[in-house]
Structure formats: structure tokens, C-alpha cells
Design a protein around this ligand. Structure first.
Ligand code: LER
Ligand code: MN
Length: 270
């Protein structure tokens, strides 16, 4: 099990669940100081940050890149893969391809979360799911060129109406014959959608690619009412050895959230 911490460089995402903000250099220095193995980056676009800068900071601080989020495509540009407008869907795919390449060169996977969109208006559920399957296939294939998977994240009902549980997402990927796409299980979303978080993780074990390690209220683990014991046991039982990434609010401040996250990581996994 490896630890990661979120670092956002997207001003429009202010108020979102990221521990470190705005400054790549300072964020990497803080991540290293707290003892994280890696950072998870939220970037405005694939060319917003020079690859060499990320590489250099990683080397300087002995930090890996855990994953790169694509949510800015939605937050900044309103791009989503299930938009009724074919031109928007195409630009959404191109945006994600860019992030897959950026992350892939650095050996990390890209995350598809909010850019999956939702079914509404003229777009039926069946239509949206067909588009999603088609896009996941293309994105997974693109990621395979870099030897990394694409991470697909089921979101809670307030953020999507497509696939909200890990079971539905896993079954969707399997039944549509989609390859090289792994699941990102976010414990905050799971707290809302699953009847049994640990059981749900155990059931999708082999498809698990990344975990957002957040408490029930999106604060650092230990600051809400999630019981990490059965969750940690399930992850160990699955043989999961990927990242637990703190996608949480910087409350009461970033350093305190980082410290609390590392305390929970050591308590449950070391
Ligand atoms: C993205 O990882 C996610 O979980 C979203 O809910 C963040 O707003
Ligand atoms: Mn998440």
C-alpha cells in the first residue's frame, strides 16, 4: 500500500477536496515533508505544467506521481463524454487523451471522474451508457500505449446518474468487454452509495486500481465517522498494493489534513 496526497493547480476548483493548492513546488515539498510516497495532481490541462518540472520535483523529493485527474475539463470547460453535442464529446475525449499522454509519459494513470457526465434532457440512459462504453474503450486503449490503465471512478448520485456503485461500474466494464480500465474507489462516494463498503471493495478486488482515502464527510480519514478497520482488512485481503490517495478538504488546514492522513495510513497499513 502506498500513500498519496492531492495537489490542485486549478483555481476554478477552489473549495474542492484537495489538500495542497496552487503551487506545484511548495505542494511537492509539503507532500515529501509529511512522508507521502506520491502526489495526485489535478491540472488545468495537459500542457499547463512542463513534464520536466514534474519529473525534476519528483526526483528532488523522492516522490512518485500517483495519478492525474481530468476534472478540470468539466470544471473549467464544461466538457463531458456524454454531452448531447457531438463536438463537446469529441473535445472531451481529446482533453482526456492529452492528460493520458501527460500522465503516461510520467508512468501514471489518468482518472475519469466528473468528465463522465450524466444522462439528462434528450440523452437517454442507454445512449449515455453506450457513449461511455465507447469512450472508456478508446481511453483504455490509449492508456495501454503507456503501459498504465485508465482509472474510472464511480461517483455518488449527486454527481452522476450513470454508475454510482462499484458493483455496477465493475459489471459495466466487464459486460461491455472494456479492457485496461481499472476502478477508482472513492470512500466518500462509497459511504453514500454502498450498503457495505468493505464488502464492495472485496467484490471488485482484482479490478481495483486506485483508492481515494477520505472519511465520510470528505475530511481526512479519522475526522469523520467511517470505521477504517473493515476497509483496511478488505484492501489487505484483496492483495491491493496501489495508492491510498487523500482526496479530502484541507481542514482545518492542509498541513493538519496531511498529518491526519499519514497518521491513519500508518495506523492501518504499517
Ligand atoms: C473526483 O475524484 C471526485 O471524487 C469528485 O467527487 C470530486 O469532486
Ligand atoms: Mn474521488
Amino acid at each position: 500500500m502506498k500513500s498519496a496526497v492531492t495537489l490542485s493547480l486549478v483555481p476554478e476548483a477552489r473549495g474542492g477536496p484537495f489538500i495542497f493548492w496552487d503551487d506545484l513546488e511548495a505542494g511537492c515539498a509539503s507532500a515529501a515533508r509529511h512522508g507521502f510516497d506520491a502526489v495526485e495532481l489535478f491540472v488545468p490541462s495537459s500542457n499547463a505544467v512542463p513534464l520536466s518540472k514534474v519529473q525534476e520535483l519528483g526526483d528532488r523529493h523522492a516522490l512518485k506521481l500517483a495519478a492525474v485527474g481530468t476534472g478540470a475539463g468539466w470544471v473549467q470547460h464544461r466538457l463531458r463524454l456524454t454531452d448531447p453535442d457531438a463536438a463537446v464529446r469529441r473535445r472531451a475525449r481529446e482533453f482526456i487523451f492529452g492528460i493520458i499522454n501527460f500522465a503516461g509519459i510520467l508512468g501514471a494513470p489518468a482518472i475519469l471522474g466528473s468528465m463522465q457526465g450524466r444522462h439528462e434532457g434528450t440523452v437517454s440512459r442507454d445512449q449515455a451508457l453506450d457513449w461511455l462504453a465507447q469512450e472508456l474503450r478508446a481511453l483504455g486503449e490509449r492508456a495501454s500505449g503507456h503501459g498504465v490503465p485508465l482509472l474510472y471512478e464511480p461517483l455518488n448520485r449527486y454527481e452522476t446518474n450513470l454508475l454510482c456503485t462499484t458493483h455496477d461500474a465493475a459489471q459495466f466494464i466487464e459486460s461491455r468487454g472494456i479492457t485496461n480500465v481499472k476502478l477508482l474507489c472513492d470512500l466518500f462516494h462509497m459511504n453514500i452509495e454502498e450498503t457495505d463498503v468493505a464488502g464492495a471493495l472485496r467484490a471488485v478486488g482484482p479490478q481495483l486500481g486506485h483508492v481515494h482515502w477520505a472519511d465520510s464527510n470528505r475530511r481526512a480519514m479519522g475526522m469523520g465517522h467511517t470505521d477504517p478497520a473493515p476497509i483496511a482488512a478488505a484492501l489487505k485481503e484483496c492483495g491491493y498494493s496501489g495508492y491510498l490517495s487523500a482526496e479530502v478538504f484541507p481542514l482545518p488546514d492542509g498541513d493538519a489534513a496531511a498529518r491526519q492522513t499519514m497518521e491513519s495510513f500508518h495506523r492501518w497499513f504499517k
